[in-house]
Design a binder for this molecule. Structure first.
Ligand SMILES: Nc1nc2c(c(=O)[nH]1)N[C@H]1C(S)=C(S)[C@@H](COP(=O)(O)O)O[C@H]1N2
Ligand SMILES: [Mo]
Length: 427
């Protein structure tokens, strides 16, 4: 029996005249490109954490074969992570309206009866569920992690990482199956531009005869054209883009209305650039950072060295212009850091020729980012510093006084603040 038009299982329940192969195809092709870029930049972000280097860095220790592609993250160009992660977050947010519109355009297909006509049909529908569920899951976890500013329940990384693989596998299979038809649809509709009424009717008819189940058999009269609807979606994306991208662009920060580190710059002066967590939040007490109390402990194969800040300042000091680029997508322009080269500190404890990896530990007692490991190529780079000052003045407490790490091209999370100990080699 045919379900009635009041049941979503009836094709006649879906009345919007906008649904059809053209709209679905346009949105699908945009997502094909966009989600592929999201997937690649996401995998790059994971690689940038150096998860293969040390269990300390690895937020998804049970990744198994999914880590097959990991490689040593380079230090050049120095804005590399700023770019890849800026693209990942900004593009992800920009694509939200496209994703929602795409889901809306195919929603009748989620309600077909019988649920499965054949094994192949059952598999196709299952993959559709994975795509819809996986897509929503990835976008929601991503946005929450950015918006909740590090208070996302600790499991963000494994959720987003495993979710990405499940989602992308289903997405890739879907794309292989559907892209030829989508491109065919687009080509056909371009060849018969829906200008005159007669022509557009013809194209509507030809759409309706397509057995896609997308076009309403019994549509309501249109209130907006398909191009108009697409314009609305594009406008929404543009608005999100325009209110997000500023979080990574100096001078435009105030336009990043929804970004937790957007809006106003955090004060002026040498330390007047983004702060992810303050010293107070991290539980750093002024008593532990004073000249009498604080000693940097440096360990290596030749033994252990303790240095006061004054002693560090008497070592050869070097400068590097480097940004902070956070996994949340925000970044600063290049700041002018000054301090002791990590490779010079390695040499102090017996690693002269080629410096090894290093484990960096903070004064901070709790929290996932209190320590991080850096790769040998990062230690060796002459721009990698234990920074003591920024933009010509002592580090402020919130930017990591008495000393912090700054490494070119690395994610912000590796730029440990309030450093207490460096251990070279033997991670
Ligand atoms: N000890 C410690 N260092 C830390 C963090 C932290 O939470 N604790 N956060 C890291 C992260 S995620 C970022 S993005 C940068 C931000 O540096 P900023 O606050 O100076 O901009 O610091 C990094 N260093
Ligand atoms: Mo960060």
């Amino acid at each position: 029996m045919e379900p009635s038009r009041f049941s979503p299982f009836s094709p006649r329940f879906w009345r919007s005249p906008l649904r059809g192969p053209w709209l679905t195809s346009v949105l699908g092709v945009v997502l094909l490109v966009g989600i592929t870029v999201l997937f690649v930049t996401g995998l790059l972000s994971y690689a940038a954490y150096n998860p293969g280097l040390s269990p300390v860095n690895d937020k998804t220790p049970d990744k198994g074969v999914l880590g097959f592609y990991l490689f040593a993250w380079p230090t050049d160009p120095h804005w590399l992570y700023r770019l890849t992660q800026g693209v990942h977050v900004t593009l992800g947010i920009t694509l939200i309206p496209v994703l929602l519109a795409k889901l809306w355009s195919v929603v009748p297909r989620l309600f077909t009866l019988p649920p499965a006509r054949s094994l192949a049909h059952a598999l196709e529908r299952l993959s559709l569920l994975l795509i819809v569920g996986g897509g929503l899951f990835e976008f929601v976890t991503g946005v929450l992690n950015v918006q909740l500013d590090y208070v996302f329940p600790g499991s963000f990384y494994p959720l987003h990482f495993y979710g990405a693989w499940v989602f992308f596998a289903a997405f890739a299979a879907h794309a292989v199956l559907k892209t030829p038809a989508a491109l065919r649809n687009l080509r056909r509709m371009r060849d018969e531009p829906a200008r005159s009424n007669e022509r557009s009717e013809r194209s509507e008819r030809s759409e309706r005869s397509e057995p896609t189940g997308l076009t309403a058999p019994d549509p309501d009269p249109p209130t907006v054209s398909r191009r108009g609807a697409l314009g609305l979606v594009g406008g929404g994306s543009l608005l999100l883009f325009a209110t997000t991208v500023g979080q990574s662009v100096e001078g435009l920060r105030w336009t990043a209305l929804f970004a937790p580190h957007g809006r106003r710059d955090p004060g002026g002066g040498p330390g007047g650039f983004q702060i992810n967590k303050t010293a107070a939040y991290a539980g750093i007490r002024p008593a532990e950072t004073g000249e009498d109390a604080w000693r940097l402990v440096v360990r290596g194969r030749a033994g252990t060295v303790r240095l006061s800040r004054a002693e560090l300042l008497r070592l050869p000091l070097h400068s590097a212009a480097l940004p902070i680029a956070c996994v949340e997508g925000w970044s600063t322009s290049d700041q002018w850091w000054r301090g002791v080269r990590l490779r010079d500190l390695a040499a102090l404890v017996g690693h002269d020729a080629d410096p090894p990896d290093v484990l960096v530990e903070s004064l901070q007692r709790h929290g996932a980012f209190r320590r991080a490991a850096l790769r040998a190529n990062q230690v060796a780079d002459p721009r990698s510093l234990l920074a003591l000052s920024v933009n010509g003045e002592d580090l402020t407490p919130d930017h990591g006084h008495p000393a912090r790490i700054i490494v070119p091209a690395a994610p912000g999370v590796l730029n440990t603040k309030w450093v207490a100990e460096l251990t070279f080699g033997d991670l």
